[in-house]
Design a protein around this ligand. Sequence first.
Ligand code: ATP
Ligand code: MG
Length: 566
Amino acid sequence: PGSMRALHKDYRTMTPQNFSNYESMKQDFKLEIPEYFNFAKDVLDQWTNMEKAGKRPSNPAFWWINGNGEEVRWSFEELGYLSRKFANILTEACGLQRGDRVILLLPRIPEWWLANIACLRTGTVLIPGTTQMTQKDILYRLQSSKAKCIITNEVLAPAVDAVASKCENLHSKLIVSQSPREGWENLKEMMKHASDNHTCVKTKHNEMMAIFFTSGTSGYPKMTGHTHSSFGLGLSINGRFWLDLTPLDVMWNTSDTGWAKSAWSSVFSPWIQGACVFAHYLPRFEPASILQTLSEFPITVFCSAPTAYRMLVQNDKARRYKFKSLKHCVSGGEPINPEVTEQWRNRTGLDIYEGYGQTETVLICGNFKGMKIKPGSMGKPSPAFDVKILDVNGNVLPPGKEGDIGIRVRPNRPLGLFTHYIDNPTKTASTLRGNFYITGDRGYMDEDGYFWFVSRADDIILSSGYRIGPFEVESALIEHPAVAESAVVSSPDPIRGEVVKAFIVLNPDYKSHDQEQLKKEIQEHVKRNTAPYKYPRKVEFIQELPKTISGKIKRNELRKKEWETI
Ligand code: ATP
Ligand code: MG
């Protein structure tokens, strides 16, 4: 209760104006790390107490819809009751012990959230994965993670069964399904009879809580370890400062259950603030159903990926909807083009507050409510971290100079950072330089202390002595009416070594235009709108960009193809 009080003593007064003074916000911010910490006991169960004492508004803790009229609304008390039953199933029927690893492959259904909490209560280590995995992906994950248990549905169960004999650590399988399946424990059935009497384990703050796979934008996904405090407590930074949440809010984050982004914005950040987690089953990304949901339900805070915002503003029906409750919109995972932010503002009257972070971290930089937004900037460092721009030797660079974005980890490793890449000490060691953790991203800080993303270190294009980040070129491209989306990569050139190449997806109306003519027009447009040396000397129109499941552009795939052909 003590830590809870410290976190929430002033939620009613945490209005945006308190954040307008960035310096004082940073100074005021202190998170003490208790020796023992468990999010289920120290946060969720405390909200249950607040609820019972009438100290929390009558806002559900969890609100789920499936788009076909089905709906679930749970209070913190109900979440507690159901997740304690689930916890007993994990320890009894599945025979799991504290520290055992559990892979969770479920779409956005309520049981996914219960499984998250049940793992917290039992001290088992949760490993969420996306339901879009193939049999091969599942095998790789089961083997590399040494998981003892897998929780999934009837869609993926056959793939699990096909590989289970090759996974010696796997000894229990739990299915979320209406019908039984041979060799599997049935969750729905057992929930009917399981006891709700369960004592949450007393976890050390630095005990492993979960392992998240990175998005795999630049290679094979990495297994990233997080402790009970690194995310369970560290994500309060996101909830308070970036998402601006209070117990009166209803927060909807659209990301897939397989990524750390869901832990960020669909579990820890909203609940630590006592807000309602809103979820939509949403098996496919349909802009119209997102717009409809935002207008129909009292969602106050919305989080989505830049790809999604691009699709939403390009939807011609967007203008028809009114979002009465919506008051705060955020985006993260990739840079968002200022053009998209502007169109969103034109349609909704709301800014998009961009945040920057990684599976390895909590929010690294963000635009905070009340702070002036500079379009295209990721905002300022979150109060959790000392963020600096570094040279190759780990020296801090002055404002205006581009370098590697790093987080100070010495003498003290800050709260909110991963422990290590599981079973990959080499990779873990490669992220350290001097006193800093190196994010792998390039950027610079301006005179006002705002951070600007340039690109992933691997995506930088070196042409005729210039260093060019693809994002700036892509942002100029999307301002041309013919361009729906683009990806900019390096391409080999006999004279310049590398040149800028743009892969462009055209807006439907432009597909029938003279392509050569259009190419020239687009190139001229970029020359006019950004430094001319950045314009794409090569342009190729394609139907679709290669993307990760979470919707990020895989520039490395396009780049590899360019360089393979020489
Ligand atoms: P992998 O590490 O497997 O290649 P990934 O880096 O895409 O995949 P995530 O941890 O999901 O996996 O994403 C973090 C990365 O996303 C950051 O390092 C950065 O490159 C990018 N990113 C996140 N937010 C932003 C943002 N606001 N602006 C620019 N880039 C961002
Ligand atoms: Mg990464």
